[in-house]
Design a protein. Structure first.
Length: 121
C-alpha cells in the first residue's frame, strides 16, 4: 500500500530543495518519492526538472518521456520535455513537444515560456 502522505511530503521537499537550488537534495527526495510510488507522474516530472537544472538533459528527457506515459495531457510536462530536447539539439522533437504543450492547459508563466521557446525556432 502506498503511503500517500509520505509520498507528497517527499515531493514537496524535493520541490522546495529544487526552488532553493539544492539540486542534489532535490534529486534525492524526488527519487525517494518515485521509489515509493513509481506510477506517480508528478514525482517523475520533478525528478526530470532537477536533472534539467543539473544540465543532464538526456536524463531529463528520458524521465519526461516516462512521466508522459502516465499523464499524456499535462501541458507543463510537454513544455519542459521540449526544453530538454532543445538543449540536446533535437529541434524537431522539441518542436513536437512544444506543439503538444500549446494544445493543452498551461499556466500564464508556461504560456510565456512556450512563446519564447517557439520564437527561438
Amino acid at each position: 500500500m502506498v503511503d500517500v502522505e509520505r509520498n507528497f511530503a517527499y515531493l514537496d521537499w524535493a520541490a522546495s530543495l529544487l526552488q532553493r537550488g539544492d539540486l542534489d537534495g532535490a534529486l534525492e527526495k524526488a527519487r525517494a518519492a518515485v521509489e515509493r510510488s513509481p506510477r506517480f507522474a508528478d514525482a517523475i516530472e520533478l525528478w526530470a526538472e532537477a536533472l534539467s537544472a543539473k544540465h543532464d538533459f538526456a536524463g531529463a528527457a528520458s524521465r519526461f518521456k516516462q512521466a508522459s506515459a502516465l499523464t499524456p495531457r499535462w501541458g507543463h510536462l510537454h513544455l519542459m520535455w521540449g526544453q530538454a530536447l532543445a538543449q540536446l539539439g533535437k529541434k524537431p522533437e522539441a518542436l513536437e513537444q512544444f506543439r503538444t504543450a500549446a494544445g493543452l492547459d498551461l499556466s500564464a508563466a508556461d504560456q510565456a515560456l512556450l512563446s519564447a521557446s517557439l520564437e527561438m525556432k
